[in-house]
Design a protein. Structure first.
Length: 192
């Protein structure tokens, strides 16, 4: 059978291409071997790639206009920006695609995003959410993220609680259950 030049090249390079792509064969004992037959145990063993994680150009990302946090202390952002310059971004931001804005909208991590802008970063590490979210899911994730990070100001938390309760027709107990926080904390915030 006559092989084309491309087929000959592909056959000759197949092992190298597979190895470059991380293809590993497994022996009956579970030992990994490369396509060339060389036993392999290394940092890539057991690792999978996540197509939902990566870097995005910062100008293709926008803050969520409905995010509960409205106040971002400048000193705190400057400290975070200095940390980003020194050690890089340790935690990715979570983003969702918005057809309306034709951009990625931040679900969680707006402080990191703002600090990255201050630091002059061109890209940020992101976790991309590629499924549609309901308005309620967006608000829940945003509020949970903010409650678990640097505290929201009390009025911001109260407004976030009120918005989520109205959006879902929830009682304080249902909200507390959804966010995994005490009903007392919600009641105290809403007293504002």
């Amino acid at each position: 059978m006559n092989m084309t030049r491309a087929e000959k090249l592909a056959e000759r390079l197949a092992g190298n291409m597979n190895e470059s792509l991380g293809v590993r064969l497994v022996t009956s004992e579970g030992q990994g071997i490369s396509p060339r037959g060389i036993p392999s145990v290394g940092p890539e063993d057991g690792r999978t790639r996540d197509r939902l994680a990566g870097h995005m150009e910062i100008e293709r990302i926008i803050p969520d206009p409905n995010q509960p946090r409205k106040y971002f202390p400048e000193e705190s952002l400057e400290q975070l920006a200095a940390s980003l310059k020194k050690t890089g971004q340790l935690q990715p931001i979570r983003v969702r695609w918005s057809e309306e804005h034709a951009k990625w909208v931040i679900i969680s991590g707006e402080r990191r995003y703002r600090a990255a802008l201050l630091a002059g970063l061109k890209t940020v590490s992101c976790l991309f959410l590629d499924r549609p979210l309901t308005e309620s899911e967006i608000r829940q994730e945003s509020l949970i993220e903010n409650l678990l990070r640097e505290d929201l100001r009390p009025i911001e938390a109260a407004n976030g609680y009120t918005d989520l309760m109205k959006l879902n027709g929830w009682t304080m107990q249902q909200l507390a259950d959804s966010l995994n926080i005490s009903k007392g904390a919600i009641s105290k915030a809403l007293a504002l």
